[in-house]
Design a protein around this ligand. Sequence first.
Ligand code: DLL
Length: 433
Amino acid sequence: MIFNEEFETLPREALEALQLKRLQQVVERVYHTVGFYRTSFDEAGVTPDDIRTLDDLKRLPFTTKQDLKDNYPFGLFAVPMSNVIRLHASSGTTGKPTVVGYTKRDIDTWSTLMARSFVAAGLTKNDIIHNAYGYGLFTGGLGAHYGAEKLGASVIPMSGGSTKKQIMILQDFAPTAICCTPSYALFLAEQGNEMGVDMKSLRLRVGILGAEPWSEQVRDEIEERLGINALDIYGLSEIIGPGVSVECTEGKKGLHVFEDHFIVEAIDPVTGEKVKNGERGELVFTSLTKEAFPLVRYRTGDLSSLMKEPCRCGRTLTRMARVSGRSDDMLIIRGVNVFPSQIESVLLAIEGLEPHYELIVDRDGKLDTLEIRVEVGDHIFSDEVRSLQKIERRIAKDVKDYLGVTASIKLVEPKSLQRFEGKASRVVDKRNI
Ligand code: DLL
């Protein structure tokens, strides 16, 4: 099923014509309404009239998170505040949050994109959606909420937290779909089991999970433990919130980017040049229809690759591979670049390990050290020391063989590491402290 059949299945030529028209409009508009763009386009020696083809996009300068910080809180808004009906913000690890605004039409666009996402994930108005994304400044809660209402489904506005109560609602209200981060889905599964609830026998059949990187192995675990079809949804506050792209039910091979509203590029993070289709690069988005807070060539820091091949579902939209991490999440351990997601993949390929781990990076004199703490299943933890040591050696060897990094491994008791209601944070980098 497709929510906006016309726009989601446009022949590429028509889609690109629409994108060009909308790009020209947005560039013209920001040039005349946002001082920042006027200056940055002037500095790059480009005017709105120079955008004659989609390829001319590359003449426009990138916008970065630093630009957002420099214009905190509302400096990049392209409409008067009286037209802004909603504000959201995403808090980074340090400093001030990134603030975003929406007009009435923006909220409608966003709700439509979320409704499209739910339909792509196989939902209809007959579904009951348990929404455990946090409500508040975070875009997850309200974004999914408005999308569910737009679709006409029944939404349970749970927000995050109160995990035991969530399990009760999951049993009593019998929702058919759940929205939350993948790490919270795992936590719910674990808590449910502890409470003696058979989580597989719940009525849930679909999870629309995102807001953080997750691996195929974590997908398998969630699907197995909750008995659902777990689909990936991507987005970021700056671009609109959740609903920038989503997986469809056809084979889980990449997330469809809603290209009638956004242009996506993948670039080499160092040179800024476009990478080839299928090659990994940093995602860059241009919003085509946003009124309050349009962004031109916004560098997300998210790493992925783009696929243009048509999908069996009938959507003609470009797909992006699941985000494997952020360029600024990359750990450099003794000169070797590793992403937490790569370590996760190595860990979860080993029998007996749980999808709960922590990476501790430190410096011993001049040398970086990496310690991987990972939980093992109950039955393994009670085994004799020798078999635990054997698993530790296996992990160390696999991490070295696959990723080229030496790590010390510590198997820890089941349920001893932190659990997360929202986005997980599994890396402790002590080197800068
Ligand atoms: O996380 C929006 C969202 C809410 C997406 C609910 C999906 C579901 P921010 O808080 O601004 O917005 O964080 C955006 O989270 O740049 C990525 O690094 C990461 N991210 C979001 N979705 C995914 C995903 C929301 N499916 C940042 N896979 C982005 C990997 C994701 N990373």
